[in-house]
Design a protein around this ligand. Structure first.
Ligand SMILES: Nc1ncnc2c1ncn2[C@@H]1O[C@H](COP(=O)(O)OP(=O)(O)OP(=O)(O)O)[C@@H](O)[C@H]1O
Length: 252
């Protein structure tokens, strides 16, 4: 069987901040249908890698490709349109708008609201149809007419994921999607991530190792800006360097 298509890839990625190397020689391949976790201690460079991949930071060295196209020098808005989405940057939700209105706003974003007013009713119907599909995908159908502010924490995160999916990204980067959640919400959001990953590549920074073990196909461990090891959870968690450096001695 051939390996799934590589959606987002980087080679030799490096970022220096005023003489300090925050990220060094990072190679990553995100594949269609796979969930890839990036873990590592505080300050390991995870956020910097996210910022480099989404083009919010320009790499000092290295090359990034999205669907085979070199995006190393492409602007963040262009890479977003090309199919790379990041959870918190383009998914801000409006608390006083309903769930449906929030997703509709997100769906209209690529073309800008100003271009929408002249469209025939059928286009608006299509917009509602697509909005409802996304709302259903993240399990918020029953709450579609409720203001976002009324949702529980986990369901707000589900709404954010729905708005992030509005551009139908091919690669989705999630920065600690389960942060601050209780068990039930973690289960809900995990199921959503598993579902959305079926048709795209997902990279997530996640501190909850149980989530990583249950959800992720591949784990990359960063330490002091460099990749310590990359592989499936079983392989990575068996590695002595990972056990001492990150998981801590005695971790099972
Ligand atoms: N703009 C910047 N200027 C200078 N140093 C920076 C900048 N951004 C990050 N760094 C440094 O780069 C290193 C990596 O930081 P980064 O935020 O990427 O780590 P992280 O793995 O995301 O950590 P955390 O888990 O705490 O979020 C840190 O030492 C940080 O202080």
């Amino acid at each position: 069987m051939t390996a799934p298509e590589i959606v987002l890839s980087c080679r030799g990625l490096r970022k220096d901040f005023a003489g300090f190397t925050a990220v060094n020689d990072v190679d990553l391949d995100l594949r269609h249908g796979e969930i890839h976790a990036m873990i590592g201690p505080n300050g390991a460079g995870k956020t910097t890698v996210f910022n480099l991949l989404t083009k919010f930071l320009q790499p000092t060295k290295g090359r990034i490709t999205l669907l085979g196209q070199d995006i190393t020098r492409t602007s963040p808005s262009k890479v977003a349109r090309m199919g790379l989405a990041r959870s918190f940057q383009i998914s801000a939700t409006f608390p006083h708008l309903t769930v449906l209105e929030n997703v509709r706003v997100a769906l209209q974003r690529p073309n800008g609201l100003a271009h929408q007013f002249w469209r025939p009713m059928s286009a608006l119907d299509r917009l509602n149809e697509r909005a409802l599909e996304l709302i259903e995908l993240v399990g918020l159908k029953d709450a579609r007419n409720r203001p976002a502010a009324d949702l529980s924490y986990g369901r707000k995160r589900a709404l954010e994921i729905a708005t992030t999916l509005a551009l139908d990204p091919k690669a989705l980067l999630l920065d600690e999607p389960m942060a601050g959640m209780g068990h039930e919400d973690v289960a809900v959001v995990s199921a959503i991530v598993r579902d959305v990953a079926k048709t795209r590549a997902v990279l997530m920074v996640e501190h909850n190792l149980k989530v990583v073990a249950d959800l992720c196909d591949r784990v990359t461990v960063l330490q002091r800006g460099e990749i310590l090891i990359s592989g499936d959870y079983a392989t990575v968690s068996r590695d002595e360097r990972v056990r001492t450096a990150y998981l801590g001695a005695g971790h099972d």
